[in-house]
Write a protein that binds this ligand. Structure first.
Ligand code: PLP
Length: 446
């Protein structure tokens, strides 16, 4: 088959318009090794976006491939629906509990990705309150600009109209508060003050909804798809306090931030916060096989355990909850994350990236804001620094030039997102920054 002829003609590409796909056909990525990818013309690029924030251990890792092949030989599939299990899901569940001991997580439900993990989290939260005898606690509050996936549950708590509008009406009882976005907010430029204000907004929203109707507050410890919005240091701890005050569960969507991306093993841990539920996907298997996981702490586990009748059983789960091959890939990937201390590499190189990129705010007229934590960064482009009017045009020019020069990053609205595999070294990271800077200089001069 001539793949170029058929590229973009028959597939729905997530978030893509069929006409755009024809005018600007998707780049065909054919190979990957380490931090590099190669397109179907043999053009090699550094992958500055780690696939889709997920290839944390890099491409073509022998350890992960071996684990997958061995598992295929041993057992390709068995169900984990009650009554049966298999070694890899038991081992992965245990590994995850070990890794989340500081958060006091006690039980995990597996699935096939982030949207699944969020759907599971929302169902567990609702069932938890029903079993607690508080049947009216069904509402969810989340952050504007937040992204949690595409199932109706996740879409209902997403904070971007683009992912909601065509699918409304969504789940009843979901509301949103302003994200603590230092660069763009109507309140203050002072991060600490902003953290306090946004936590107060949460408190006011809980009061407005009536506390006895709110099941959970949902947030990403660092907002990823919304443009790498890094909350001020005090925000998540204050959120935990507000949730505790009104007995509202805290769900941390760690689909991107989990397993080192933001410079700590988990994003919540970086803020010193223990959520009640954590959702994980992407980096859990380093993207080798689709996998999602929803972890619950002791408080939730105890309530499920205390309900001995059939009502206490979870009425939820997927054919592929704990797929053996996905679990095998995840165990191998997480062993690399631990052995090579990828969170520490993300933290160290994240600081280096900040030192290199932050000065661009003063050097270049179109750079409005540079922000990031660990190895998740956004550079926001503006028409002018006073109005902060988004500059999308320059982003597409820079993006195109970077591909030509050998670095692939994500263009997201008026921002360039840099989020490479966590195994990247300083030299490779510097080459992304060098290519970015040259492309930016050329694009500004056009
Ligand atoms: N949650 C967050 C924070 C995400 O970034 C994403 C996807 O990008 C999801 C959930 C949904 O994950 P998936 O696309 O695997 O369903």
């Amino acid at each position: 088959l001539n793949i170029e002829e058929w590229n973009g003609k028959e597939q729905w590409h997530p978030m893509g318009h069929p006409n755009d796909m024809l005018q600007k056909p998707p780049l065909i990525i054919k190979k990957g090794k380490g931090v590099h990818i190669e397109d179907n013309h043999g053009r090699k690029m550094i992958d500055g976006f780690a696939g889709l924030w997920n290839i944390n251990c890099g491409y073509n890792r022998q350890e992960i491939k071996d684990a997958i092949i061995n598992q295929l030989d041993e057992l390709v599939y068995y169900s984990t629906f009650k009554g049966t299990s298999h070694p890899r899901s038991i081992e992965l569940a245990h590994l995850l509990m070990e890794m989340t001991k500081p958060e006091n997580m006690k039980r995990v439900m597996f699935s096939s990705g982030g949207s699944d993990a969020m759907e599971t989290a929302m169902r567990i939260a609702r069932q938890y309150w029903k079993m607690e005898g508080q049947k009216d606690r069904y509402k969810f509050i989340s952050l504007k600009q937040g992204y949690h996936g595409t199932h109706f549950g996740a879409a209902s708590v997403n904070g971007n109209t683009r992912f909601r509008r065509n699918y409304e009406p969504l789940l009843p009882g979901c509301s949103h508060i302003d994200a603590p976005w230092t660069y763009r907010n109507p309140y203050t430029e002072n991060p600490e003050e902003l953290g306090k204000i946004c936590a107060e907004l949460l408190e006011r929203e809980i009061q407005f909804q009536s506390p006895d109707t709110v099941a959970a507050f949902i947030m990403e410890p660092v907002l990823g798809a919304g443009g790498v919005i890094v909350p001020p240091d005090n925000f998540m701890p204050l959120v935990r306090e507000v949730c505790d005050k009104y007995d509202v569960l805290l769900i941390a969507d760690e689909v991107v931030t989990g397993f080192g991306r933001s410079g700590s093993m988990f994003g919540s841990r970086a803020w010193g916060v223990k959520p009640d539920i954590m959702t994980l996907a992407k980096g859990i298997s380093s993207g080798y096989i689709p996998l999602g996981a929803t972890l619950c702490n002791e408080r939730i586990d105890n309530v499920f355990k205390a309900n001995n009748d059939s009502f206490g059983a979870i009425g939820h789960g997927y054919t592929y909850s704990g797929h053996p091959v996905a679990c095998a890939a995840a165990i191998a990937a997480l062993n690399i994350v631990i052995k090579e201390d990828l969170p520490a590499n993300a933290r160290k190189l994240g600081n280096h990236l900040m030192n290199r990129l932050k000065p661009f705010e003063n050097t270049y007229k179109t750079v409005g804001d540079v922000r990031g934590k660990g190895l998740m960064f956004a550079i926001e482009f503006v028409k002018d620094k006073t109005s902060k009017k988004p500059n999308r045009e320059i982003v597409s020019k820079i993006h195109k030039k970077m591909i030509e020069k050998g670095a692939f990053v994500r263009a997201s609205g008026n921002a360039i997102i840099i989020s490479p595999p966590l195994i990247i070294n300083k030299k490779e990271l510097d080459s992304i920054v060098d290519i970015f800077e040259t492309s930016l200089i050329e694009a500004e001069a056009l």
